[in-house]
Design a protein around this ligand. Structure first.
Ligand code: ADP
Ligand code: MG
Length: 249
């Protein structure tokens, strides 16, 4: 589903991603952990074309979205990128719901505007998703009236409304009060059960250990270790990871 080959990303003089490679197969759940500033968000943003890489190659379902050799960036048509990126849903730490739109309007916006879907069909799909996340009764409420956990569940439903083949999660529970984390993780576990392909940046170590096929540890813009959760959480090769995990407890 995703093939990332030797990507580099700089912000000015700051090297944020240094030779990162990663493959995600269909139905795989991969968690990315690591200290703040290690490049986790930037990596997700590059996959979703919210940031442009400086070097390397990213493919989604075998189609390149960016391909850069030194001094020779191959441009991919903007329209084609949009089509490919539509297959990738993203959920942010800060929810990013439209505050002046109701829950339902938040969910149907992209299907109607981007996918040119008929309003009635988009509403049907949105109501199905609201039922799935247990918030059908909040259909006509504005986000300001929701708890953080409810907002994030709506944000997940909104991403799902575009029928993505891949879901990217960037610390989806980090902004939540502890008692609200569980309801969001529960929705994510449902997606895992449905074999959604997922790439999850998280500090929820127990969750990552439970749901991931593989876990990636990033530090200083590099993938330091990639392993099955059992291995990475109990017996990592890299001492830096052990220090990080010990601090998390
Ligand atoms: P993480 O998600 O692992 O905390 P980020 O990918 O957000 O890390 O950031 C990696 C580094 O890149 C940090 O040093 C951060 O300050 C820097 N950075 C991120 N986005 C930008 C930007 N738009 N402009 C300049 N620096 C940035
Ligand atoms: Mg981040």
């Amino acid at each position: 589903m995703i093939r990332i080959e030797n990507i580099y990303k700089n912000f000015g003089d700051l090297e944020v991603l240094k030779d990162v490679s990663l493959k995600v197969k269909k139905g795989e759940v991969i968690s990315i952990i690591g200290p703040s500033g290690s490049g986790k968000s930037t990596l997700l943003r590059c996959i979703n074309y919210l940031e442009k890489i400086d070097l390397g190659r990213i493919e989604i379902e075998g189609k390149p979205i960016v391909d850069c050799e030194k001094g020779n960036r191959k441009y991919i048509l903007e329209g084609d990128i949009r089509k490919i990126c539509k297959k990738v849903g993203m959920v942010f730490q800060s929810f990013n719901l439209f505050p002046h739109k109701t829950v339902l309007e938040n969910i149907i916006e992209a299907p109607i505007i981007v996918d040119k879907m008929k309003r009635e069909k988009a509403i049907k799909i949105a109501e199905g998703l609201l039922k799935k996340i247990g918030l059908l009764d909040k259909r006509d409420v504005y986000p300001g009236k929701l708890s953080g956990g409810q907002k994030q569940r709506v944000a997940i439903a909104r991403a799902l409304a575009m029928n993505p083949k891949i879901m990217l999660f960037d610390e989806p529970t980090s902004a939540l009060d502890p008692e609200l984390v569980g309801e969001v993780l529960k929705v994510m576990k449902e997606l895992v059960k449905e074999r959604m392909t997922m790439l999850i940046v998280t500090h929820e170590m127990a969750f990552a250990k439970e749901v991931s096929d593989r876990v990636i540890f990033m530090d200083g813009g590099k993938v330091i270790e990639e392993a099955q959760p059992e291995k990475l959480f109990t017996n990592p090769d890299h001492p830096r990871i052990k220090t990080f995990l010990d601090k998390m407890l």
